[in-house]
Design a protein around this ligand. Sequence first.
Ligand code: ADP
Ligand code: MG
Length: 902
Amino acid sequence: MASSGVRNGGPRMSAKLDRQGAGATPKAAAGKQRLSSAAGAYRRTNSGPLPAAGGRASSGGVSSRVRVAVRLRPRNAEELAADADFGDCVELQPELKRLKLRKNNWESETYEFDEVLTEFSSQKRVYEVVAKPVVESVMEGYNGTVMAYGQTGTGKTFTLGRLGEEDTAARGIMVRAMEDILADIAPETDSVSVSYLQLYMEMIQDLLDPVNDNIAIVEDPRTGDVSLPGATVVEVRDQKSFVDLLRVGEAHRVAANTKLNTESSRSHAILMVNVRRSVKGRSEMDVSISGENGHSLSMMGSLRPPIIRKSKLVVVDLAGSERIDKSGSEGHTLEEAKSINLSLSALGKCINALAENSPHVPVRDSKLTRLLKDSFGGTARTSLVVTIGPSPRHRGETTSTIMFGQRAMKVENMVKLKEEFDYKSLCRRLDIELDKLIAENERQRKYFDDEVERMRAEAQCRIAEAERECKITLENEKMKYHQEYLDSIKVLEEKWKTHQKSPKRQIKEAESTSSDIREAHNLLQDEKMLRQSAEDEASDLMNQITHWKKLEATATAEVVKLRKMLDTEASQKEKLEEEIGVLRSQLLQMSMEADETRRSLDKGDGPGKIFPGLDSLASQTGSSQPREHSNGPKQPIAKLSEQVGLQKILSLLESEEPDVRVHAVKVVANLAAEEANQEKIVEAGGLTSLLVLLRSSEDETIRRVAAGAIANLAMNETNQDLIMAQGGVTLLSMTASDAEDPQTLRMVAGAIANLCGNDKLQTRLRGEGGIKALLGMVRCGHPDVLAQVARGIANFAKCESRAATQGNKVGKSLLIDDGALPWIVKNANNEAAPIRRHIELALCHLAQHEVNSKDIISEGALWELVRISRDCSREDIRMLAYRTLTSSPTLQAEMRRLGIKM
Ligand code: ADP
Ligand code: MG
């Protein structure tokens, strides 16, 4: 019952914790840490995600319990001899990780450890179980501690410090740890250095430099980290140099102990291995970023300080744990004995305090506990091997060793990654980069200077070349001009020479002159002959003159006779002039009267009577019916014309005096208004005179009055023929195109309109440009003119319609041919009634013939016809339009197509 009991706070519990804790190896924790670092967190922390089991997380790191293994030394020769009859005081159950400590033959206690190493355990296994996880942890950047605790002679040094030179299998933890470390580091970026110390009587001695025998512990006030700046630090590059160091250190230890008159077992040996590693992953990342994304990132990357991990492995071979209560047994005083054990007992107290979670841990009580501050209750991963011997004689020591181990198993550390920015190396790297840039800058400047120098030389070379070329060209030009100069001199000289030779030429000239003289002589001879013949002719002529003189005498008599006749004529002329004077005054009076009358009467709008004022003189003379003048009493002008003679009046139209012409034309116009006179006027050549006057006069009044007279004459059918025959249409057309006065145009338009009403003259009128002239006059825009144009068109259309009906005309209307339709359509709804009515009639006439229908439709006249048939205020025209529309199949069809209903 008792044998299966457990002590000291439940070792089973500890074992369970340990198994769970196996999951939280520093490796795993470090792996997580790496992940969080890779994610860009530069903070050095262990607060990343943690495994659920195996430890508590805190901002300080990952909880990691001190691991404790127990190692049993095999019986040594002495024990084999002395204790042969006794059994071991301990019984190991390595598979259960248990140790049974026999109290006596019938009682035992069972303890569980993290590892139970039997007397047969190899050094290799011991290393792997006890130290290897710690070493790996150190390589990953955590501090680590491997410590051996136990009674002197139980194998602490055997376990830790064997060099194994004669037998590699015997190599202890220190050698194997260094082997693993050296195998893992990258020599170009990482470094390993070692200090080897001994602590004895609270003094720290440098085993690598024994003169240094009181090294001070320095504590960083900020972090609390302890360091030994006075200790020798030797960088280790290979295993052999390390082993040599250990050997040197051991030798010094022995020497020191001899000097101090003590044994190695009374001192603590401390090996400190400092591992400094740069974090490769991150620097590699920087390289890849700069490689891919260019210079700027590269610079950013290069400005990031590299991260280094500075971890420390401390291997402590403690002094023997046995009590030295037998004061003086080894020649020490009690004080010395106390001092010797001070550090160890302080360690025990600290571990107790930590195991019991005591608020106070007396770390500062000894140098050992100060040095091991990080190993117990600190940030290091700590592995403790407690060594025991099998001998029952040392049961007490063994028991206390086991109890120490049990308590140590309760100590929790918070392992923490020892990672920091390596500003020094960044600074070094930047220095190097700066040096490189300076060098590059200097190189470039030199290149630039060289280039400038080269360009300067080249430029000078080119300038020299250009100057040379310029000189040559100049020289050539100079020579060329000089040559030209010489040539021209030569030419001048030749010319001069030629001039020098002139006497010869004069001779030549004289020769040519003599030949000329000969020629002249010949000519003179010819001349003489000619003169002779001319003289002959002259005498001949003289004879003729005599004959003529005789004839002249006869003629003179004749002349006298004629002169008499002339005188008679002159007197007659005088008489006539008197008559003309009288006539002129009469004419003046008449024209004044005529003007007066015209002003006083309104404009008559009879069909074709354009100039009614002049024919109404009768009203002034008492006639109440001016239109019936033919039946009325003779008018003064008619009387006058009878008295003076129409011929004379007409001759006055050509008078050189403008006034006379004006009065004459007015008189003629007045006469022309009388139907009875019209024929006489025309017969007497008055029409021609009027037409000529119309064309040639510059006086607007004359033109207007003449045009009016012609218009009146054009009313008569006989006269119409005569007007046509005398080229009147052409003359009227010309006036139509250049006259500007609306009244003149009105008269001209009226005359043409009258001609338009003559069936027989249609083709000729059109042929001589009558219709075009008519249409041309619409430019004037005066309603009177437009009314006459409309009348003319209506007349023309009516005649055409009549001719077509009688079968005298085939083909399209000449009006349409001459382009009258657009104007007709445009003015079909003119607001002036006379214009509108004429056009409406004209449209109806045109539409009556199928041959015109196409144009009527295309020009949009159909709409006007429809309008007329619906809206025309004059019923006759309205009916005419209606009949026209209903009788034309083409227009009917178009109306159906357009959906126009009648
Ligand atoms: P300690 O350092 O604890 O005082 P040592 O390591 O000096 O003890 O060991 C004492 C003796 O016991 C040495 O002679 C050593 O060779 C021997 N020894 C210790 N442990 C073992 C072991 N596991 N196997 C064989 N011999 C051992
Ligand atoms: Mg020893």
